[in-house]
Design a protein around this ligand. Structure first.
Ligand code: PEP
Ligand code: MN
Length: 348
């Protein structure tokens, strides 16, 4: 059975009592492996609570002594790293707002040189994976770094979403492909921004074979000085972790293997048919491009596009496909068709 790493603690260390009581209660669950607390908080507004600073490291060190659990804090510059190491912090994490800044990552990497620190790198705020891979490479090339883990905390996007930071799970598969040996931790707290979706997102992470979770916990969440709406009590965390189902990566059983391979070969056949059809569809789009070019007609025809969309969407229920899936696929096909017609029409 898989043993995921559970990292928990308050968004911010606020007072000695809040830090130590929260950490003690988390340790009592016997399900938490690492204690977290924000000491320096990267806040959007200068009016918001910006963390207690070095004082919090003293409280966290006391929590570590009392519980016997290792600790983790966020660092954003060399001074944070030096202070964290001085106070025997075991893991440092690079926050989403810092991962986007190569200068800061380089400064942190230099400060960590030779320290044998364990480093967690959160995904950058925006869905630009090259910033994440750049940060991973910078830290990985630092002498002495023992361990790097990644933290998926979702991505900021414009427009409405039920998430504070949308998960964009497919981007995580890309990163896992590039760095298969690095542990991937999910941070449902910053993905959700509320309590109600925490379980759902944590279960998805478990289903997708993540290596652990980072979940914010506070003895009195509603009174928290930062991220109040997403924190849960240690007791609630205990219940959440009890209800989660972690999946095995593999199951050695001939009936399972036979059924799986049957389904997979059917899927492979369907994929290959789909792409044959896409190829035929694009050839037809090029024919249309040639025809429009001869008759000097514009590529984009609003009414035609609306008809296609409406016709397929009206079949969504019968096809048992979600509207958003149909829209995404049709938009991708339409963009490719337009670009093929564009090529044909503007051939010198
Ligand atoms: C945090 O973990 O408290 C935090 C600020 O996270 P992020 O960098 O993901 O916003
Ligand atoms: Mn937080």
């Amino acid at each position: 059975m898989k043993r995921p790493v559970i990292i928990s603690g308050p968004c911010s260390a606020e007072t000695e009592e809040q830090t130590i009581v929260t950490c003690k209660k988390l340790a009592e669950t016997q399900k938490v492996n690492i204690l977290r607390a924000g000491i320096w908080k990267p806040r959007t507004s200068p009016e918001s609570f910006e963390g207690v600073g070095e004082l919090g490291l003293i409280w966290l060190k006391a929590a570590k002594r009392i519980t016997g659990l290792p600790t983790a804090v966020e660092v954003a510059n060399a001074e944070h790293v030096h202070k964290a190491l001085l106070h025997e912090v075991d893991y440092v994490w690079i926050g989403a707002r810092t991962t986007v800044n190569p200068f800061s990552v380089k400064e942190i990497a230099n400060a960590l040189k030779g320290s044998q620190a364990k480093v967690l790198i959160k995904n950058p705020v925006n869905p630009d994976l090259s910033l994440w891979t750049g940060a991973i490479e910078r830290i990985a090339h630092t002498r002495g770094i023992e361990n790097i883990w990644l933290v998926h905390r979702g991505f900021s996007t414009c427009g409405y979403s039920e998430y504070r930071n949308v998960p964009l799970w497919h981007l995580i598969f890309d990163i896992k492909r590039q760095f298969p040996e690095i542990k991937m931790i999910c941070d449902p707290s910053h993905i959700c921004g509320n309590r109600k979706n925490l379980f759902k997102v944590s279960q998805t992470a478990a289903d997708l074979n993540y290596d652990g979770l980072m979940i914010e916990s506070h003895i009195c969440p509603d009174a928290a000085w930062s991220d109040a709406s997403q924190q849960i009590t240690p007791d609630e965390l205990n219940v959440l972790l009890d209800s989660l189902k972690w999946r095995n990566e593999y199951y050695e059983n001939s009936i399972f293997e036979y059924s799986l391979s049957k389904f997979r070969s059917e899927i492979d056949q369907i994929d290959s048919d789909l792409f044959e059809l896409f190829s035929r569809r694009m050839k037809l789009a090029e024919e249309i491009g040639r025809l429009k070019s001869t008759c000097n007609v514009s590529i984009y025809q609003e009414q035609r596009w609306r008809n296609i969309m409406e016709r397929i969407l009206s079949r969504a229920k019968r096809l048992d496909l979600s509207e958003s899936f149909i829209r995404t696929i049709l938009n991708t096909i339409h963009n490719e068709s337009i670009s093929r017609q564009n090529d044909v029409m503007n051939k010198p």
